[in-house]
Design a protein around this ligand. Structure first.
Ligand code: MN
Length: 205
């Protein structure tokens, strides 16, 4: 997608994830927070025509190619731009309520049962100190792992491709869950669309 980067659509109505994720949170999260990451990413790149030709993925995976003066802005806002686009997608209403096929096989092989996968991702997300994300990722060989990242860092910065992620910034849950981050993540599992995760996983190699 060419510069200036557009705010990605959620793809469904803000109330579609009720009661687990409330409409007001979705409205503010997408319309204000994700919009601000998008605006600020564009602003950071305003006078850098060479960087405007790159994809956001390219920008955040090669931060050394970004001038120091805007490096943190690109890191935080480029990460925020990508992370939220994935987040809306994997919560798309409908779809499979549990993994199957190649993804289920790989999860079992690398992380254990679905309950194991959920408890490991939940522990990573809940244990992330301060703001950040919990992720299910695949590496270049198709191996799956659980990681947490601070702030808006993406696993792409570690050479891993995120295929499922949960936002544990307070703005993602505070209106409905206040300080109860574990309750939010527990409820979030109800809106995960495993067909979307499987599409990001691909054939498995
Ligand atoms: Mn967020």
């Amino acid at each position: 997608m060419p510069y200036p980067f557009a705010l990605p659509e959620v793809g469904y109505s803000y109330d579609a994830l009720e009661p687990h994720i409330d409409a007001r949170t979705m409205e503010i999260h997408h319309g204000k927070h994700h919009a601000a990451y998008t605006t600020n990413l564009n602003k950071a790149l305003e006078s850098h025509a060479d960087l405007q030709k790159k994809s956001v993925e390219q920008l955040v995976t090669d931060l050394n190619a970004v001038p120091e003066a805007i490096r943190n802005a690109v890191r935080n806002n480029g990460g925020g731009y990508l992370n939220h686009a994935l987040f809306w997608d994997v919560m798309t209403p409908g779809g499979a309520k549990e993994p199957s096929g190649a993804l289920a096989d790989a999860l079992e092989r690398d992380l254990g049962s679905l309950d194991d996968v959920k408890s490991k991702l939940q522990a990573a997300a809940v244990g992330q100190f301060g703001s950040g994300w919990g992720w299910l990722c695949k590496d270049a060989g198709g191996k799956l792992s659980i990681v947490a990242t601070p702030n808006q860092d993406t696993p792409l910065m570690q050479g891993k491709t995120p295929i499922l992620g949960v936002d544990v910034w307070e703005h993602a849950y505070y209106l409905k869950y206040q300080n109860r981050r574990p309750d939010y993540v527990t409820a979030w599992w109800n809106v995960v669309n495993w067909d979307k995760v499987a599409a990001r996983f691909g054939p498995g190699r």
